[in-house]
Ligand binder design. Sequence first.
Ligand code: CA
Length: 493
Amino acid sequence: MNRLILAISVVLSAIAFPDARSEERKPNFIFILADDLGYGDLACYGADDIATPHIDRMAEEGTKFTSFYVSPVCSPTRASLMTGCIAQRVGIGGVLFPRNNHGLNPDERTLPELLKEQGYATALIGKWHLGNQDTFQPLKHGFDTWYGTPSSNSQGFDPTIKHYAEDCVWREGYTRESILKLPEAKCPLIRDNVVIEVPADQTQFTQRYTREAVRFITEHKEKPFFLYLPHNMVHIPLHASADFVGKSKFGVYGDAIQELDWSTGEILKALRELDLEEDTLVIFTSDNGPSLGQGGSAGPLRGAKGSTFEGGVRVPFIACWTGKIPAGRETDEPIAIMDLLPTLVTLAGATAPNDRVIDGRDIWPVIAGKDGAKSPHEAVYYLSGRSLKGVRMGGWKYMIAPAKEALPEMEVELTAEEQKLPRRQRNALVKERTKAAQGRQGDIEMLFNLREDLGETRNLIDRHPEIAARLKSRLKGFESEFKKTLRPAGTAD
Ligand SMILES: [Ca+2]
């Protein structure tokens, strides 16, 4: 009898809820990560000398974020994406080099691992940069397949710790025998942890990654997938394929970005042709601020790659998903790279790990623009290397930086009385104070109002000491808690 009632109720539930969540297809995720692309390097973020029509269209059909935060350099941002944590919490505070024997700890539960548990196919197409040794390679961190480079395209690799395909392409006079005698070889191209080309033909990176990406999407159109596509461009050395060389108004830097734009367009086209647009969340962003020496632009922001001024850590972030994310919207709610793990894992029907501290939060309501959803973060922390450098709450940012880095670009303040002086005298005062500032040693403390001074030119710490004190206290409080709950990077030995 009980069994009968159960059977009837099961039938009734099926009738009552034909669109029950469990029946729904899980969404696909495509995460496109440019390397060293600055806040001002896309047309939809103000670039007037680089054409990015496909990414601009993504912004028109989706939502553009103006306060998306990453780490100031490559490896930490990638560690945050994989773990949902502030990178320093998982021991990856700086850039990894080929000879380092540490990398992403195998004990971390990574985004692709968590998605695999939900039935996802997972692919890494592009740059890994979370450890060179076999222990740390992507296939051991949840990716079914990998095609790309172990580190930045400027970095080589330890030839003794890699496996080589039988048909490996040896370029520039290398041979299997000669390479093993070298302390370090140039950037290789790898498929599933086997080297297939040395050194990689860098003019072909974007083309090859795009072909691989479209193939992966096509082959997995019937089941949910996670495609992580971290391009090598526009990290130095800069390259574009023959079809794109000379096409931008801004040299090879612009050419390489226009090729990334083309690539993004190819991926969006594949989704349209496979009728996957309503099933797929696509994100385009960058791993850190621009390299100014290569021509990169942080737009209106101060600073660049390596800095915790906004230009080092605030990057473009565009999300689109037909029917789920509002079109043509822009939001300044502060969100961060560590939020992607809890957000995507929740969208996949699971929850972020609860057996350890996870710094990221589910930001889906913010991405989807639900009823004026606010950022779940009351404070955003700025970290570089092993140090906490600052905190942002609302529009206020408190920051500590070496005086030499902080002062030269800052406006020198003049009192109301001084401003009435003749121009010649005013200029002399400004010069004198700038020179004194540049000669200062040690760190200085700064307070900026980002809502009124996005370029961080006016240090308001003397004018608003109480606000600075409140933010500093928040930073110190966070720091002492943070230091109690750090987890180590993995080590190869
Ligand atoms: Ca980078």
